[in-house]
Design a protein around this ligand. Structure first.
Ligand SMILES: [Zn+2]
Length: 188
């Protein structure tokens, strides 16, 4: 393994690492019913006049086309399953109302209501917009982790863990570079 490869593995391990913000979610829903309502009503946080694709409209490109469409960092995460350095994404601090969409294909994945501060350095969410991810077990590291991909374009986004805040106890640990934020009002 190259030095760079080793560093990337260690980083990826960090992605599974410490979630210190378990109690830090101010907007944490009180019940699963509240989470379900949040999922059902996610469009309430979508800006007016923004057209978004459906999970049922596949988006497929060749590798060459992906390279043209994405910048280097986006390509590395979405198409090569890379992991960004923790604490580098401006989206860690994004607190406005809105929707987080796939940087590869614009499919809405999370709302601002679903975000919480996990303290890990990656944007984290306790649930997702329904039906937008496919997952598979990732056995590259010592312990299996569940890796998830955008259902529309197949882009790699991150890993889901079971140490998130109640009531879901889920932590969707997402690379910020794989997301684009669409604020409900105002400029991107
Ligand atoms: Zn996508």
């Amino acid at each position: 393994m190259t030095r760079r490869g080793l560093l990337q593995r260690l980083l990826a391990l960090g992605l599974g690492g410490i979630a210190t913000g378990r109690a830090a979610a101010a907007t944490q829903p009180a019940s699963m019913k509240a989470v379900e309502d949040m999922q059902k009503n996610w469009k309430a946080l979508l800006a007016a006049n923004v057209k978004v694709p459906l999970p049922t409209q596949p988006f497929k490109l060749t590798n060459e086309e992906w390279r043209k469409r994405l910048d280097k960092a986006q390509y590395n995460v979405l198409r090569e399953e890379g992991t960004e350095y923790p604490g580098t994404s401006p989206l860690n601090h994004e607190k406005r109302a809105g929707v987080f969409a796939c940087a590869g294909c614009d499919l809405p994945l999370f709302t601002s209501d679903m975000k919480y501060d996990s303290g890990t350095g990656w944007p984290s969410f306790f649930t997702t917009i329904p039906g937008v991810f496919a997952s598979k077990e990732d056995r590259q590291l010592f312990a299996p982790r569940t890796e998830y991909h955008c259902i529309r374009c197949g882009g790699h986004h991150g890993h889901v863990f079971d140490d998130g805040p109640p009531p879901t106890n889920q932590r969707w640990c997402n690379n910020g570079v794989a997301l684009k934020f669409i604020p409900k009002t105002g400029k991107t």
